[in-house]
Design a protein around this ligand. Structure first.
Ligand code: PLP
Length: 467
């Protein structure tokens, strides 16, 4: 009886919603998120308290205790969901962190396209309707030395459009060594099935020969498809067929030769020390009829998918209904146009992805030493050091390439694990995403942007209670 009485009393002491909403601490959240959303969050907090009381916990819930329970949710929502972070991983094209950062010129172009009317589909000379991809097609044709070009909203869409529009109902021959899954559930066999084209697998996982392709061709074959194996790499007893040989076979049999290049590079990256991946122009010169690639990987632009190659094929796809569902947004087109112009005018060094990849070791070392010196003023100096560390290109490009870089290693205080330190770094208004080595957090400097050093110092100051 007394227990029940106490419970009832506790339940009764839970403050009414009006009272909760009138709390001065709650007001900023109401201004920011609206009364209804805050009411819901407080209501959920009340519900949790009620359950705890009913479960027999001895509490007398106050307005303050309800607010404290709702606070993590309210704070999280006020910070926004899609938030800027500091990329301290050293992975330049980090898909989970948004792949490429845009060049300043591309950001300006986005801003102006976003806030006003534009010539998106308007032909100024005739005052009539134009085509939205016209803005970038000529630039791609120039940069990739292609006869024709077309853009859709990502490379997965480009591959789908290419297969559906050119090969639906017919067979497409692919090497078993290239039937890979690329992060984020992109699998060639699945895309193929979805497009309506039929997959004809040839060769073995590690070795495929020209005679395998030849043997798979039937009267119902539409194309030979080459797929970049992305992050997947084979070593040892392997064989694959060159583009020239595949192009020759396709020509002989009257087939299309298509390629999903993944992370398409427009500029030769040999000067950055990255070798072994062809430019888009090179693929086309080696005989590929139509190649697809991403805009936000090695190219360093916004998320977009590009098809470049034979004009006849591009024209065919331009009239294919699926294209409408893969249409590119105006802000993306603006960013892409501005990015491509940087290639044409010889200013590709302004593209952050390429600039990060091209940073000399000496500059990285200097930057790591500078950041370490700043952190030593905040943390116990012995816990901080500049170290050599391997970075990565990311985005499925150059998986085998060692990209020597520099990082600042920070040892957590006695009794704290590296994992706990990494979690605290993530739990900041501007989260710092770092790597780990042994029991140390590792902040790679290659992927840091201007102003990030300051954010990193602020984060460590807050964590160590010296804010
Ligand atoms: C990244 C990649 C894709 C998917 O490209 P998105 O632009 O992410 O849609 C497809 N194929 C290959 C080989 C890739 O590397």
């Amino acid at each position: 009886m007394t227990a029940n009485f106490a419970k009832k009393n506790s339940l009764r002491s839970i403050p009414a919603m009006d009272l909760l909403l009138a709390m001065p601490e709650v007001e900023p959240y109401v201004n920011d998120q609206g009364r209804e959303a805050v009411k819901k969050a407080l209501g959920e907090a009340v519900e949790r308290l009620r359950k705890r009381v009913l479960a027999g916990e001895d509490l007398s819930p106050s307005a303050e205790s309800v607010f404290q329970i709702a606070l993590p949710v309210l704070t999280e929502r006020s910070l926004g969901s899609l938030r800027p972070v500091v990329n301290g991983t050293g992975v330049v094209i980090h898909t989970n962190l948004g792949r490429s950062c845009l060049a300043p010129g591309a950001i300006d172009a986005v801003r102006s396209a976003a806030g006003r009317y534009s010539t998106l589909e308007y032909d100024l000379s005739g005052g009539a309707r134009g085509h939205r991809s016209d803005h970038v097609e000529w630039l791609i044709k120039e940069a990739a030395e292609a006869e024709g070009a077309l853009v859709v909203n990502n490379n997965a869409g480009a591959v789908l459009l290419m297969l559906a529009g050119l090969c639906s109902g017919r067979e497409v021959v692919v090497s078993r060594g290239e039937l890979v899954e690329i992060g984020g559930s992109f699998r060639i066999p699945d895309i193929m099935a979805f497009s309506g084209a039929k997959l004809a697998e040839v060769g073995a996982t590690n070795r495929t020969h020209l005679k395998d392709y030849r043997g798979a061709i039937t009267e119902n074959t539409a194309a030979l498809l080459k797929v970049h194996p992305s992050n997947f790499r084979m070593e040892g007893f392997t064989a694959s067929v060159s583009r020239e040989e595949l192009a020759g076979l396709a020509r002989e049999k009257g087939l299309l030769f298509l390629e999903d290049l993944g992370s398409g590079a427009l500029a030769d990256l040999g000067s950055l020390g990255l070798r072994g991946e062809p430019t888009v122009a090179r693929c086309l010169a080696e005989g590929v009829d139509l190649v697809s690639f991403s805009g936000d990987k090695m190219l360093g632009g916004p998320q977009i998918g590009v098809l470049a190659g034979k004009k006849k094929l591009v024209d065919q796809l331009e009239n294919y209904p699926l294209l409408r569902a893969l249409r590119v947004d105006k802000m993306t087109l603006a960013a892409f146009e501005a990015t491509l112009r940087l290639y044409l005018s010889g200013k590709s060094g302004e593209i952050p992805t390429l600039a990060m990849l091209g940073q000399p070791g000496e500059a990285l070392k200097k930057r790591a030493l500078r950041l370490a010196a700043r952190l030593k003023k905040i943390l116990p100096p012995k816990s901080v050091s500049a170290v050599e560390a391997d970075d990565a290109v990311g985005g499925g490009a150059f998986p085998a390439e060692r990209l020597p870089g520099w990082a600042v290693a920070v040892a957590p205080p006695e009794g704290k694990s590296a994992g706990a330190l990494l979690a605290e770094l993530r739990n900041r208004p501007v989260p710092v995403i770092a790597g780990a080595r042994g029991n140390m957090a590792l902040i790679h400097v290659r992927t840091l942007l201007d102003g990030d050093d300051r954010l990193i110092c602020d984060a460590f100051a807050a964590i160590s209670g010296r804010e």
